[in-house]
Design a protein around this ligand. Sequence first.
Ligand code: AMP
Length: 190
Amino acid sequence: MRLILLGPPGAGKGTQAERLVDDFDLPYFATGDILRAAVKEESELGRAAKDYMDRGELVPDDLICAVIMERIDSSEAEDGFLLDGFPRTLGQAEALDRMLEELERDVSLVLEFQLPAELAEQRLLGRARQSGRKDDTPEVIRHRIQTQLVPEALVEHYRAKGVLVGIHADRTVEEVFAEVQSVLETAAAR
Ligand code: AMP
């Protein structure tokens, strides 16, 4: 199974992904986690990405695409993967399509976690308060959400392929996971 999770920051993708990884034993590639680790290590990638991340902006497509393609082309991802936080632009989706085509594979399912921007903002503010991350100011959070709402072109790209499923993310973790499970079961039975 080759799964993609889309949704604004705060929509709960990471939480749902953790459960999916446990249940389905899929290799999990979360670009935000990969980039944060790179910044910590002060690797070349981390140095290139840091300023964008600090400003709450997307890193350039070529940078992030190289990172993800390497993983998807690895033996680890041979039987499937779960992508969280990638693709975020149409360009990234097209790069992923080209890579999968070369490997004679395709995307199985794209789950779009739908959450209004105001609710995403409230959740991120709450998270910032809890973790004491003082660099997450309301302004930075608002900017991050505005720059990272899922572009309609990306949603349309996967809708046209017939692999898109919308998930109402404005519910409890358990409720959302129950829906995700049922969507996956339906897809597996097809
Ligand atoms: P996340 O944890 O997914 O919110 O990602 C944290 C930060 O990493 C984002 O604010 C972006 O700066 C960067 N990032 C993560 N994934 C991508 C991506 N697919 N394209 C561009 N930038 C990304």
